[in-house]
Ligand binder design. Sequence first.
Ligand code: FES
Ligand code: FES
Length: 170
Amino acid sequence: MEKDSREIVTEENASLNNIRFSINDQPVEVKAAPADRLVDILRASLELTGTKISCGIGRCGACSVLMNGKLINSCLVLAYQANETSITTIEGTGNGNVDPVQEAFLQKGGFQCGYCTPGMVMAVKALLAEHPEPSEEQIAEGLSGNLCRCTGYTGIIRAVKKATASGCRQ
Ligand code: FES
Ligand code: FES
């Protein structure tokens, strides 16, 4: 996997703006250049490394987080776009406990590698928020932006159905 070559802009660099947003229900303010990627701010500035970088171009879903409750690829969101938003990352699920969606992943073998799983969990949370009882097609559509080419989706789909049966909501 190619090493990400972007640098987080530090306070020594020019053209920094104050970016304010809520992260996992906590207000934060960071200094960033307008075109810094949200995923880099999360991982490097805020040390929330549960959100992964894989493709870096919006194809794999490893960097999935919720922005104002909607699933987004944080590698495609720039700092200025995150200003005044509410972001939820994998660290913010469950409010310090095991989130019911994570519990369903544990029980049904949905946890796979550390690259895809955080994004898959966030995608399932977004799916269940929109479709509390998703059809097979809605599950497939909900997971369509989150790629795994090594293990497959069987355990993840079982976990979605388990979460659905347990009445999970975002
Ligand atoms: Fe963002 Fe792949 S790292 S979609
Ligand atoms: Fe994580 Fe395949 S990418 S198990």
